[in-house]
Design a protein around this ligand. Structure first.
Ligand SMILES: Cc1cc2nc3c(=O)[nH]c(=O)nc-3n(C[C@H](O)[C@H](O)[C@H](O)COP(=O)(O)O)c2cc1C
Length: 326
């Protein structure tokens, strides 16, 4: 059985999992040997993620982090995905196992971060790519790693197209601003959202930050920035699935999270170039050009070598723990 004390420790570690816009859209509870994860729809991104696709991927990231942390503390676990529309939840059933071998990824939970600065142009060695590809995959999920620059062209075009579409949408920018945390005080107080320092933006007040984002983010300069980031990346990775079901989304999150931890273990940084998966028409083009058998593109990341950025914050654990399970 998991003690209350251990549960608090596990939650503190697990919430280090990534989530879209750092919304941390989860509610967590414990009943005896089972950990329950429920979506917190009050934290969903109505504009950037209207179907909650990324919300469910984020829950998968959290579940995987729990499983790795549980193994470290001597528990075997099995995930059950209850995918009913009105009562979606995940249940991690655990059993104590003194012979369990802890995952080598555990130490990297605290070290992983989304690193948004420019990477250097160092080539990623083949043995590192092979190690990343050796990851145990879940049924229905596919990872494609592109390492040749000429293969970046199509992705680059789609990023430019999707980005222009998002920046041109006032509601998208409004939502982004709502989740921006423009200085350390704001970021620490809320414990969520996109802390500007993680994107290399100096601390400013909310009023000025809002003004700058709304008036100075331009399609041309953003695309220039993203193209440069792409050019400096050692690899682009596309995660896709067979369906858009809750279950495949959760599994995508689990695989992505493991992949990101393994990359961190190899000293590789990662950051997202997701916009082509977020905009419907570019998502269709992406699907038509990659992986016919896995026609639902879910995430795109770039990989490379770089110095680390400041870490983002998390909410206090009493804000995510609930006594309502299932
Ligand atoms: C499903 C998903 C989608 C994400 N999409 C983006 C994205 O489009 N752009 C981006 O810069 N970061 C993206 N992120 C990264 C989150 O913003 C990041 O995980 C969060 O801010 C917490 O920071 P950390 O990963 O450094 O812990 C995404 C993360 C997840 C799990």
């Amino acid at each position: 059985m998991i003690s209350k004390e251990l549960f608090l420790k596990l939650v503190k570690t697990a919430v280090k999992a990534p989530s879209s816009h750092n919304t941390q859209p989860w509610l967590i509870s414990l009943k005896e040997n089972r950990i329950f994860i429920k979506p917190d729809y009050s934290r969903s991104l109505k504009i950037a993620d209207p179907k909650n696709r990324e919300l469910f991927i984020s829950l998968g990231c959290l579940a995987e982090t729990f499983i790795i942390a549980l193994a470290f503390h001597g528990f075997n676990s099995r995930l059950f995905i209850h995918d009913s529309i009105d009562n979606f939840h995940l249940c991690i059933k655990t059993i104590e196992d003194e012979n369990i071998i802890p995952s080598p990824l555990f130490p990297y939970i605290n070290l992983r971060q989304t690193t948004r600065n420019n990477f250097n142009t160092e080539v990623i060695p083949n043995f590192t790519i092979d190690e990343l590809l050796s990851l145990d995959l879940q049924e229905n999920i596919k990872i494609k790693i592109l390492t040749k620059k000429e293969n970046f062209d199509l992705i680059s075009e789609l990023i430019t197209e999707a980005n222009a579409y998002q920046i041109g949408n006032k509601h998208f920018i409004d939502e982004l601003v709502e989740w921006m945390r423009f200085n350390q005080r704001e970021a620490m107080q809320k414990g969520d959202g996109l802390y500007s320092a993680c994107s290399g933006i100096p601390s400013i007040g909310r009023f000025i930050g809002k003004f700058l984002i709304k008036n100075f983010i331009k399609i041309k300069s953003e695309n220039k920035r993203l193209t440069k980031q792409l050019d400096n990346s050692g690899a682009i990775v596309l995660f896709s699935s067979k369906t858009d079901s809750f279950s495949d989304l959760v599994k995508t999150g689990m695989i992505f999270n493991k992949f990101a931890l393994l990359a961190t273990k190899s000293n590789l940084c990662h950051s997202f170039l997701n916009s082509p998966c977020q905009v419907e028409h570019t998502r269709k083009k992406l699907a038509a050009n990659f992986n016919e058998k896995y026609p639902f593109p879910q995430l795109i990341i770039r990989l490379g070598y770089s110095s680390k950025m400041p870490y983002s914050f998390r909410r206090r654990i009493n804000e995510v723990i609930t006594d309502k399970y299932e």
